[in-house]
Design a protein around this ligand. Structure first.
Ligand SMILES: N[C@H](CCC[C@H](N)C(=O)O)C(=O)O
Length: 326
């Protein structure tokens, strides 16, 4: 089958966008998973952190389904939603829209550039739950906020929340960040284990200053990525709960792919987070996919010119992190 796609990224978290609104594709569930594992393979001509299927919605401006590189479907993707927001808004001539996701219809909107000439969108990250069954995390307690999990670490403390995909977050120091323990813990909870039967995204967070954090994430179904939008949003919320940052104020979130901004909103202990950052297109391509033979070839590929501008934002962010000792 022939598939048109756009490769894009949100803070270096890169995705292949497949437009099922304009094109008359009709993928089965198995085909969606197979397309993800095939086209996201970093040893192939393409490679990505996931696939974003952009679909019609019967009640919103569009619909997003997100598949990880291992073929698993996630309920949400913050960096990916900015790309879908851009695609749908530009297709329909909108500056704001509602995008249907697995568990919520989310507000998205075009924003002023977070960096000169870097196309920028804001997306709503919601719903937020601290109930452990919403991850799920199998512990005999209602929630986990800045507490130890002895099975994972004798020294680190963790917070667990669903936004709505599952996140395990630890606020750490530079030594812990660079110790390799994040990889050990992440691989433990994303292989068969008693705590997280569905796996979990694992983030280590370092507070850099008030209003400034660094987040490094091992993504469920993917591995370490340059950035994870839902993780950066959840981490921003956790730093507010720990008194390191303030709700309703911009938090600059640095990551290995650049920088985004988060604003945590609280209303009677109900939270949502605005995630603001780039939505950068890299290339468009046409691929011929043979799912039976589990192979594909690239028929055409045309680069966009936006990436060079994004790289200036990324360089600034990396300079800031170097000065912060990271
Ligand atoms: N790996 C995640 C989905 C992608 C989330 C991430 N790429 C983001 O930007 O939020 C999960 O299985 O929950």
């Amino acid at each position: 089958m022939q598939i048109e796609l756009i490769k894009g990224h949100g803070s270096g978290n890169d995705f292949l966008l497949i437009d099922e609104i304009t094109n008359s594709y009709s993928f089965s569930e198995q085909e969606r998973a197979k397309i993800a594992t095939l086209l996201c393979d970093r040893n192939s001509e393409l490679g990505a952190d996931g696939i974003l299927f952009i679909m019609n919605s019967d009640h919103a401006d569009g619909r997003m389904r997100v598949f990880n590189t291992d073929g698993s479907e996630a309920s949400m993707c913050g960096n990916g939603l900015r790309l879908v927001a851009r695609y749908v808004c530009e297709m329909k001539g909108l500056n704001e829209a509602i995008i249907e996701t697995m568990k919520a219809d989310l507000k998205v909107s075009k924003q002023q550039d977070i960096y000169p000439n870097v196309t920028t969108y804001q997306v709503e990250i919601s719903p937020v739950s601290f109930f452990l069954e919403d991850l799920p995390l199998k512990l005999d307690q209602p929630n986990l906020l800045n507490e130890k999990i002895p099975e994972l670490s004798q020294e680190l403390t963790f917070s667990a929340l669903a936004v709505p995909n599952p996140h395990l977050i630890s606020v750490v120091n530079t030594e812990q960040l660079q110790s390799g323990v994040q990889k050990e813990i992440s691989e433990k909870v994303n292989n068969p284990n008693e705590l997280f039967p569905d796996g979990v995204n694992v983030s280590f967070v370092k507070s850099l200053a008030e209003g400034s954090i660094y987040v490094n994430t091992f993504e469920r179904g993917v591995g370490f990525t340059n950035a994870c939008g839902t993780a950066m949003s959840a981490s921003s919320l956790v730093t507010c709960l720990q008194g390191l940052n303030n709700v309703e104020e911009i938090i600059n979130v640095f990551n290995n792919g650049g920088r985004v901004q988060c604003v945590v909103h609280e209303n009677d202990e109900n939270y949502s987070i605005d995630l603001i950052g780039n939505a950068t297109y890299m290339y468009q391509a046409q691929v011929e996919v043979d799912l039976e033979r589990e192979s594909f070839s690239v028929s055409s590929k045309e680069e966009f010119t936006e990436q060079s501008t994004y790289e200036k934002l990324q360089a600034d962010a990396q300079e800031y992190l170097q000065k912060a000792g990271l």
